[in-house]
Write a protein that binds this ligand. Sequence first.
Ligand SMILES: [Zn+2]
Length: 374
Amino acid sequence: MDKHTCRACYGSAGDLVLDLGEQPACDYFPRYDDPGPDPVYPLQMWLCSSCGLAQLLADPTVPEEPRGTEPAALVAQAADAVERVTAAGYLPDRGVVAEYGSPHGGSWLDLLAARGLAPSGPGGQADVILDCFGLMHAADQHRALAERAARVAPGGVLLLQYHALSTIIGYRQWNALRHGHFAYYSTTALTAMLAAVGFSPRTAWHFDLYGGTVLLAASRDSEGNGGPDDVVRTLLAQDARIGVRDRSAFAGLQRDVHAHATALHDWLVAERSAGRTVLGYGAASRAVALLCHAHVDRALLPAVIDASPAKQGLRMPGTDIPVAGTARLAAGRPDAVLLFVPDLLAEVRDAYPGVEAAGGRWVDAETLGSRSLQ
Ligand SMILES: [Zn+2]
């Protein structure tokens, strides 16, 4: 195998820190009548010894564009973030914004337009360059960040939002690793990446989304903005405590793959033995890795419900479990609904009160097996 080169600093020293083995592409949902087997590819995380960026080792998959429905939690977080960034004085009263969004959706442009910020023309400079879960989709991380930084107008700000690596390690979110997501940022590694393009973090905001999401504001070093504030320094100290640059800190993540999968499998077997009906909810990428590792089939989980019309008639990759529409929730009268996207809990409880009214309960698939903060 060719030696891996860091996606950010192009260094070659580093370690394989998480190995999920051969996995189907998590964003390619076969038609339900496609008997498989689905092609599988290695899914591994590598930690750069030089810059500290945790990254996808190789990605032989071809990205699909699965249009999911936008969770209410994501929409609410965007509004909250725009409020907080404005209150902190990081959004100009008027000006130009360029957004690098995620292919999975979640634009802030309407919210920013309401604040007087107009979208920039293609490739043009902007007072605010916003990247909301977009950068992780770039295979060449340095080039992608350099492109964003170059578009920041004099005196402007670069806003980067990411699911924090400290969250992934601390909450043992091993199934955050997926094809198509090339980087898993710590504030520490991102600070090094920013330094390479002449930028420094100035402040940050923390959100509960995905268990812990950070929005970082950075600006040009040459503009002398006084360096990182206490919020950034606290995030860096937290990174150091968790050990985001230390390969041994990832050992718990690797151990938890088997423990989590076993806990899920055992729980489903126990529910079936007790004569209880379980359905899944949320045909998300992290559900794919979890179901495959736990060897769950439709005998254990007859369907995964998803609100996205684009996923109807398909099945979960690597399994024979169909994706079903929300009507199945009422018809199936499940005793339990296994929720693969915990951020959806408040939304689905509101949207489908019949589940609990009929005596059913929502179960968080991520915390089965009582995983918790270190
Ligand atoms: Zn590196």
